[in-house]
Design a binder for this molecule. Sequence first.
Ligand SMILES: *Cc1c(COP(=O)(O)O)cnc(C)c1O
Length: 366
Amino acid sequence: MIKFLDLQKVTQLYATEISEAVQRVVNSGWYLQGAEVKRFEEDYARYIGAPHCVGVANGLDALIWIYRAYIELGVMQPGDEVIVPANTYIASILALTENGLVPVLVEPRLDTFELDDCLIESRITSRTRSILLVHLYGRCAYTDEIGRLCKKYNLKLVEDNAQAHGCCFADGRRTGSLGDAAGHSFYPGKNLGALGDGGAVTCHDKVVADTIRALANYGSQRKYVFKYTGRNSRLDEIQAAVLDVKLKYLDEDNEHRKTIAKIYNEGITNPRIILPTQMADNQNVYHVYPVLCEQRDGLQTYLERHGVQTIIHYPIPPHKQACYKQWNLLSLPITEQIHQQELSLPMSPVLTHEEAQEVVRIINAY
Ligand SMILES: *Cc1c(COP(=O)(O)O)cnc(C)c1O
């Protein structure tokens, strides 16, 4: 059985160092708001290339806190509109509706899966305050046109970097540093994954960072003094210590993903399968390897029967979900096509080249 992602093996890669880090925290007697989180925040900020980093409980909260901070600071108000790709994981959309902001769902390009920058300007109104740019599947979604629109209309550019740790834009800057603020998830299956939930915000503005740190700590900047109605949404010391170990190997892990992608790119020749368009080497960290196939469900069953595990990212788009009934009748054909045809092949830092070649052989025989 070739697993989509063998997390046990991923953790085993760095087991000794991870165990040492966990043991250090266990022995320290200090489990929250301590030196481990502080060190990871500094290391991660430096890695991403942003001046500030705040560890939080998970990736969804990271995005929620960014917009909540903008509302607390008077930059946005509930009812304001945010441009967001229609084909994203539900968390991007939840972060907006949780804050009373109005998601404006914009179609992606079929060849990149990323937000189509030609469709943005016609959707901007006097209520638009931000673009929430999702680097879906590990691909850099930023374009110069998106930067130009943000400047022209004074929009906050917020990045959802949950799937793209280590990815770069063409000019070498890392995703997560390209806009005003970025939300990062350290869910175990992400390119940089913790041993449980974790997340972070990186941003360029110290006031935004301080506001988010307070919001994620009951709304408090000073003990027993509460400026905002916040929540408890902190990254803990054990997860931070684990993440700091894994951060050192992130580039190496991403390089391995690229060698797997190369085997798929060069090996898969089955005309019924559409491969993802290739990007420059540093602009795709292959969080997943998405292919399109008209007979997607049949392909998935066939692969399962031949011992290859795959996952669909994602089977139902946000606008077709029961929680967003008001959008169920919207027509977003590109988004719907991706959700009907997408299949993610096995991809991870521990997938062997032999396994990838086996996947290629089985797919070409379909
Ligand atoms: C995983 C993910 C999130 C949410 O992160 P959690 O840590 O699971 O809350 C947000 N956006 C995208 C695009 C994701 O893939």
